[in-house]
Design a protein around this ligand. Sequence first.
Ligand SMILES: [Zn+2]
Ligand SMILES: [Zn+2]
Length: 289
Amino acid sequence: MTTATDAPFRVTLLGSGMPSPDPLRFGPATLIEAGSQKILVDAGRGATIRLSQLGIPIGSIDLMLLTHFHSDHVAGLPDIWLTGWLGGKFGGRTRPMRVLGPKGTLHLTHHLEEAFGADIAIRIADEGLPPDGARIDADEFERDGVIHDRDGLRVTCFEVDHGDRVKPAFGYRFDHAGKSAVLSGDTRYCENLVAHADGVDLLVHEVAMTSPASMAIERIRRVMEHHSTPADAARVFARCTPLLAVYNHLVLISDGVNATPSVQELIDATRQEYAGAFVVGEDLMAFCP
Ligand SMILES: [Zn+2]
Ligand SMILES: [Zn+2]
């Protein structure tokens, strides 16, 4: 893999956390840079702040991709959209924000435009901001396939398994200049993910862990059933043999009595099943496939 500074294809974790507010691990959001294109996958809490830390204007995001509609993945969407439209070097978008996601994306974006209608009207009248920049140009898809193919970057969406009631849920594959990266989205073990990530260069995968005793608690068991355990993820890694696997969206759960699993415990549990290269992601880690 090339170094993070000179590569034309780079994947940066903006938020590696889960719904609980954590200043070290923001909500799920991943930046894909390919040539001159900047794509954001999900917009969890704090994505605008992480972009600012990277010196990337929020208004420069070319495309937003959504994996599913759990609030921790989309709570930062209005912030990306509207802060990116404001004046100043952090904003400046004059064209509509492009959003692609599964069925339900149009419902979400239409209602966001309605909910923020007063602010939009005020800023157009008061600050003279361009009306086009306050629009959302959204589309949705219902099945696996190529959803974006431009300037050497091909983006493929594929359905994943985030539990029987959490549908739709998708992951994404990015192919650029002979290199590839897959983002699992939120999923438990999923054969369709394995099929799309087979032989990929970089596999960014979610993971969830709790203590064995905590599994007796219904609320925690239900969360765990929506996600991949370290053993599940290790099985995916072993099947796909990526050059590098990265844990993202760390769902580490405590029941209040037993301790929250540590990163070391996560590593140890994975190592029992998988000998290849993997790292535990942190906010602002960048990878060049
Ligand atoms: Zn989810
Ligand atoms: Zn999630």
